[in-house]
Design a protein around this ligand. Structure first.
Ligand code: C2E
Ligand code: MG
Ligand code: MG
Ligand code: MG
Length: 277
């Protein structure tokens, strides 16, 4: 009896796996269409300094699926990464950032725009030349563009990655390490990278006041960043207590629901910057 129960479980498992695979394939297929049909949207979340002055925003993707509704980026970005579609999706986001930055430049607006770049997108052979041409085409100021990469980018072929980062840095673009603290990058690596900024992962901020270990981790990151002369952004700041703690610890930049939720790019430009796109 136990044996047949086990077998049933295996069959059940295989079926649910197959379902999952089918769903994944369907979503992958839909994502192709989404890009063409305008189902993808960009929202922006403002970033603030310790005086609560806005100094920029992060672009975040949204997918409004015609039958499933909102699909979170944590779900569809990995699919796009797997299928290779991330190259086109990512270019589309960068194109929007460049177009917006060009308008900023013409109005004397100094806000930065941060764009998440996925590993496969970053590794594409022509990434540097594509970005160079995109910036030139729009007349966008590269110094206001910040590319967010994760520690996962740095796992293999580090020399190649550093070279690429240096090429982009010489165009004037700046780099940020996103979700910092969740990966495995060593201090030796960090020192070799042409970096501008670290973003402390929101998991450390969430429990920072209730878990002494997290408090220590946040302090450690801030101390290290200071020594490496890097700016730090705390992500996921949700409470005044967290904000006050971060200010006390001399964290320069904050991002989170306490200070502002992500809003559509057009709204952000109109309301926050009082310009029309
Ligand atoms: P991320 O780059 O670390 O972005 C921060 C995430 O934290 C966003 O989730 C944001 O909405 C959320 N967040 C902001 N403030 C708070 C807060 O106070 N509390 C909490 N609990 N969450 C907060 P979102 O928009 O769902 O994006 C998830 C991830 O998807 C991003 O994490 C990023 O890794 C990826 N992603 C989003 N857009 C893009 C994109 O254009 N390209 C690539 N490659 N990845 C993207
Ligand atoms: Mg990010
Ligand atoms: Mg993050
Ligand atoms: Mg992330």
């Amino acid at each position: 009896k136990a044996k047949s129960g086990g077998k049933n479980r295996v069959v059940f498992f295989a079926q649910s796996m197959q379902k999952e695979v089918e769903q994944k394939l369907a979503l992958e297929h839909d994502l192709e269409e989404a890009l063409q049909d305008g189902q993808l949207h960009i929202v922006v979340q403002s970033q603030f300094d310790s005086q609560r002055r806005r100094s920029g925003g992060e672009l975040l993707l949204r997918w409004m699926h015609p039958s499933f509704g909102n699909i979170p980026p944590d779900k569809f970005i990995p699919l796009a990464e797997e299928s290779g579609l991330i190259v086109r999706v990512g270019s589309w986001v960068l194109e929007n950032a460049c177009r917006t930055l060009a308008i900023f430049a013409s109005r004397g607006i100094t806000d930065t725009l941060s764009v998440n770049v996925s590993p496969r997108q970053f590794r594409q052979e022509e990434f540097v030349s594509i970005l160079r041409e995109m910036l030139a085409k729009h007349g966008a100021p590269p110094s206001q563009l910040i590319l967010e990469i994760t520690e996962g980018h740095l796992i293999d072929d580090i020399a190649h990655i550093i070279q690429r980062m240096q090429d982009l840095t010489s165009l004037g673009i700046r780099f940020s390490i996103d979700d910092f603290g969740t990966g495995y990058s060593s201090l030796a690596y960090l020192q070799k990278l042409p970096l501008y900024e670290l973003k402390i992962d929101k998991s450390f901020i969430r429990d920072t006041l209730s878990h002494p270990t997290n408090t220590a981790i946040v302090q450690l990151i801030l101390g290290m960043a200071k020594n490496l002369d890097l700016r730090v952004v705390a992500e996921g700041v949700e409470t005044e207590d967290q904000f006050d703690f971060l200010v006390r610890e001399r964290c320069e930049m904050m991002q989170g629901f306490l200070l502002g939720r992500p809003v559509p790019l057009e709204t952000w430009c109109q309301e926050v910057l009082q310009i029309d796109l």
